[in-house]
Design a binder for this molecule. Sequence first.
Ligand SMILES: Nc1ccn([C@@H]2O[C@H](COP(=O)(O)OP(=O)(O)OP(=O)(O)O)[C@@H](O)[C@H]2O)c(=O)n1
Ligand SMILES: C[C@](O)(CO)[C@H](O)COP(=O)(O)O
Length: 223
Amino acid sequence: MRHYAIVVAGGSGNRMGADVPKQFLPLNGRPLLMYTLQAFASSSFQPDIILVLHPAEQARWASLCKTFDFRIPHQIVQSGIERFHSVKNALSLITEPGIVSVHDAARPLVSTELIDRCYTSAAREGNAVAAVQATDSIRIAAGGKNRATDRRQVFLVQTPQVFRSSQLLPAYGRPYNKGYTDDASVVESSGVEIFLEQGERTNIKITYPADLILAEALLVPKP
Ligand SMILES: Nc1ccn([C@@H]2O[C@H](COP(=O)(O)OP(=O)(O)OP(=O)(O)O)[C@@H](O)[C@H]2O)c(=O)n1
Ligand SMILES: C[C@](O)(CO)[C@H](O)COP(=O)(O)O
């Protein structure tokens, strides 16, 4: 069975507010996108890596690869207007049936162990989506008010989100809607049940400047 890894890096990083999109920012001196790709390259499933980039950022990426002597093989595909369109563009490179992982470039701390667990579960269950349970108390807004709800019923969804191509490809044939914030929401809307895989609390999404500080702290090797 063929394995693929789509790494979406086509966003502009508005919430980070940096001069360059956040996926190119350094983590301990190395662009964070390189950590993300390295995690997939180390997978025992040896996936074909498809990297989604904005056309205006491809020269920057080529130059960074040269500077850092980054040689992990990958195919590059053009991003789209929303994350949904970026994933859809990458799916055009999937020509053989297999298991497809979609992962945010902005989650560089993902472990290869989690990636492999998601590939294994997706082969068995049809899909596997990394998620962790909420640790804060949860309140739901409704009708201008809010009420407490049972946090054991709430999962915070991460990536990797891994699917058999027979689930992912037809789901992405549907027209875009604003509720599609991730791949699980797209596939679910095609009538498929989602299997949650235990995620990792360290698998944070780099979104705001404070996340970079946290990620660098988490990267420090433990004695
Ligand atoms: N059109 C888009 C939008 C997002 N992404 C990618 O999807 C992941 C999750 O998106 P997010 O964290 O929201 O990144 P940005 O869109 O870059 O951030 P912001 O919303 O702050 O602008 C990121 O790796 C981002 O590069 C993408 O490939 N194509
Ligand atoms: C895909 C995702 O990371 C799962 O938590 C998340 O939905 C991306 O959200 P964003 O608003 O595009 O950062």
